[in-house]
Design a protein around this ligand. Structure first.
Ligand code: FE2
Ligand code: FE2
Length: 213
């Protein structure tokens, strides 16, 4: 099918596990929501994340792979990353916003490198993720009022990126599958460019580099 099948299975395993973590996170948000409206929103998101997880598991099965085995190498890194999620308001909103963003960027790239059927499924996932990202963007925007809030958001961003890198660092090998799947410049461009664009769109200056808005 013109795709490196082993790398594809590995990457789908990572994404499937990421969707499972997103489901668990949204379910927890629904459980602890302070209003009924909030709870409804998170319940919907949890249902969508679960659909994504199950869909990627199905794609793995369709490729003749064992989903559990494909997800296993990514468990430790993703569990460790998510176990560190902050609870204070601004930092949690940043993790939510940039986390949904990374997922969107990753899916945008993945759509370019996968087989046709997987790409079709990804379209439906991306449609849900647009709403998740919009909700998360509204969440962080509503919390940034003062320069001190902006500073806190920037610090939370740096901590989040650091945490992301640190969770993969003990054993980066499973993540090389993303490189083997191809179109790496697009992947890096989407991830780095996406973060910068998102930070600017909430009024932050990423890394103080003064990229034109
Ligand atoms: Fe998702
Ligand atoms: Fe999501």
């Amino acid at each position: 099918m013109g795709v490196n099948r082993t790398a594809l299975i590995q990457v789908l395993g990572a994404v499937a596990y990421g969707e499972l973590k997103a489901y668990e996170g949204a379910k927890e948000q629904a459980r602890t929501a302070s209003t009924d409206d909030e709870r409804r929103v998170w319940k919907t998101q949890a249902a969508e994340e679960l659909r994504h997880h199950r869909g990627f598991v199905k794609r793995l099965e369709a490729l003749g792979a064992d989903p559990e085995r494909a997800m296993r190498p990514y468990r430790r890194a993703l569990d460790s990353y998510h176990s560190d999620e902050p609870h204070d308001d601004i930092a949690a909103a940043i993790w939510d916003y940039l986390g949904e963003g990374v997922a969107d960027d990753l899916l945008g790239w993945l759509r370019l490198v996968v087989d046709e059927e997987t790409a079709e499924f990804i379209e439906t996932v991306a449609a849900d993720e647009v709403n998740h990202e919009a909700r998360a963007a509204a969440g962080i925007r509503g919390r940034l009022h003062t320069p001190a809030d902006h500073r806190e958001a920037m610090l939370a961003t740096m901590r989040m990126v650091g945490r992301m890198l640190a969770s993969g660092a003990p054993d980066p090998r499973p993540f090389l599958a993303f490189v083997r799947l191809g179109r790496t410049p697009e992947l890096l461009g989407a991830l780095v460019g996406g973060q910068i664009r998102r930070l600017q769109s909430i009024g932050l200056r990423p890394l103080g580099v003064g990229v034109a808005a």
